[in-house]
Ligand binder design. Structure first.
Ligand code: ADP
Ligand code: MG
Length: 453
């Protein structure tokens, strides 16, 4: 009865949490006990249990209850089989929470790795070749040459992919190394939990026992003081012990607002590399690779010439959107049993194409910048040299250069007939200030987001 109920409930949970989450987090659960209002599940690791408890326990309880099993508490315990594999003091073999000398791999609180994110599936092009080369070097697992490796770049450009690739590669080349990958958010979550449970020493010991630490999206800890502090100490301890660290963020260390200076400078000590926005060749390469992959899945599907080129040309926002478009296109074509032509692509992807299609004008940029800095549009374009107007004007020049295909003389004309050297000077000025003035970096980020929608 209990397992039957659980079977039904699982069906329902797929609908609630989505197939991906289901496969990652719910499917591995084994119902071991359902009595007196308590449902207990076996989980593969402590971290896994915490995560499911935090994110899915309520769903599970609700679904069990509506399937007729009265449950008011859901518990997760590390499975008996796995637990026996962990180093345990001989006489405490049956203790519920075995004491440990050195934290075992089972306890590493890392996030699950995406099996698809490997070096093999990473397409290298001009915009990411440096980041790729650096990641490869770290993945060799040889002596530490630069520490940390700091990868940064906009959303969807492959930071997480590269970090997972490093972890996969190290696992197969140097299985004896303890590699820990997690997001900065998870780092914080673990730390806060350790504080709450008064297990900060365990936490410290755990993080200091790894050989390679990878923390994704580190901008997340900016402004979170005690987490920053702890991160800083962990970081230093590992660097001192000559352990490799890999960090990612959405911008350069110096541009992360509310991050302590000492952390910024520490982060800059190693190799800082950025992933540039994709170019046409890279996008086409990524699409081609995906298509090769889909060929097995959707046999007999015909792809007309020029479709990939069209997509690479039109969808420039980020790789995730590009991949999503292709996935949808193949699924749709196979559903309706049609050849993938340009027409079909235009129909099926109308919404995506429309949103990446918006051609930004210099006027729009000027208007938004004026609004943001609260200056008059006429002043922004006019001749006034007041700093409060000149700086926003330079910001508008910079964004016009970055976000439109217009040439410097063309931009100059739209800024009240200024010379192209004036525009160039403005653009350079902002580029220079951007690296030291985090307020400005923030303004730019915000404006860019507003303009690109
Ligand atoms: P980020 O962490 O920088 O936001 P991700 O690493 O999550 O970006 O990448 C987003 C998606 O794009 C992933 O599915 C990833 O596999 C894919 N992707 C990004 N860059 C590449 C690349 N160079 N080759 C193949 N796939 C890529
Ligand atoms: Mg990421």
């Amino acid at each position: 009865m209990t397992n039957e109920t659980w079977g039904q409930v699982r069906e329902e949970l797929i609908k609630r949490v989505g197939k991906n989450n289901y496969t990652t987090w719910i499917e591995p659960l084994k119902l071991s006990h359902l009595k007196n209002g308590v449902a207990r599940f076996e989980v593969p690791t402590i971290f896994f249990g915490d995560w499911v408890q935090r994110n899915y326990a309520d769903h599970i309880r609700t679904q069990l209850t509506s399937a007729g099993a009265l449950v008011d508490r859901v518990e997760f315990a590390v499975g008996a089989v796995k637990a026996d594999l962990r180093p345990q003091p001989a006489k405490a073999a049956a203790a519920p929470k075995p004491a440990r000398a050195r934290p075992s791999d089972e306890d590493l609180p890392g996030a699950p790795l995406d099996a698809r994110f490997t070096f093999d599936s990473f397409v290298v092009g001009k915009p990411n070749e440096l980041a790729h080369a650096a990641a490869r070097r770290v993945a060799e697992g040889g002596p530490v040459t630069f520490n940390p490796l700091f990868l940064y770049g906009g959303v969807g450009l492959g930071k997480t992919h590269l970090m997972h690739a490093i972890a996969h590669e190290l696992q197969s080349r140097r299985p004896e190394l303890r590699v820990l990958y997690l997001s900065a958010e998870q780092f914080m979550y673990r730390f806060v939990q350790a504080l709450r449970d008064r297990q900060v020493m365990d936490f410290k010991e755990l993080f200091r026992s790894v050989d390679v630490l990878m923390v994704d999206d580190v901008q997340f800890i900016a402004g979170k003081d005690s987490t920053q502090e702890e991160f800083f100490h962990t970081f230093n301890a590992l660097v001192d012990a000559n352990k490799q660290i890999v960090i990612s963020a959405d911008r350069a260390p110096g541009e992360i607002k509310d991050l302590e200076e000492r952390i910024k400078s520490r982060l800059q000590c190693g190799l800082v590399v950025d992933l540039h926005p994709t170019d046409y060749e890279l996008r086409l390469g990524i699409l081609q690779q995906k298509v090769d992959h889909y060929r097995n899945q959707y046999r007999g599907l015909v792809l007309a010439d020029g479709v990939l080129e069209f997509l690479a040309h039109r969808i420039t926002t980020n790789v995730r959107v590009l991949e999503g478009a292709l996935t949808r296109l193949f699924a749709f074509a196979s559903l309706v049993g049609r050849e993938i032509t340009l027409d079909l692509a235009q129909d099926c992807l109308a919404d995506i194409l429309r949103s990446s299609d918006r051609k930004l004008s210099i006027e729009e940029i000027q208007r938004k910048v004026a609004e943001h800095y609260n200056v008059r549009l006429s002043d922004l374009i006019g001749p006034k040299r007041l700093r409060t107007i000149a700086r926003p004007r330079q910001v508008a020049m910079y964004l016009s250069k970055q976000l439109t295909p217009r040439s410097l003389p063309e931009i100059g004309r739209r800024f009240g007939g200024r010379d192209h050297t004036t525009i160039m000077h403005g653009v350079r000025k902002i580029e220079e200030l951007m690296t030291t003035d985090s307020q400005l970096a923030d303004d730019l980020q915000l404006l860019r987001r507003l303009l690109q929608g």
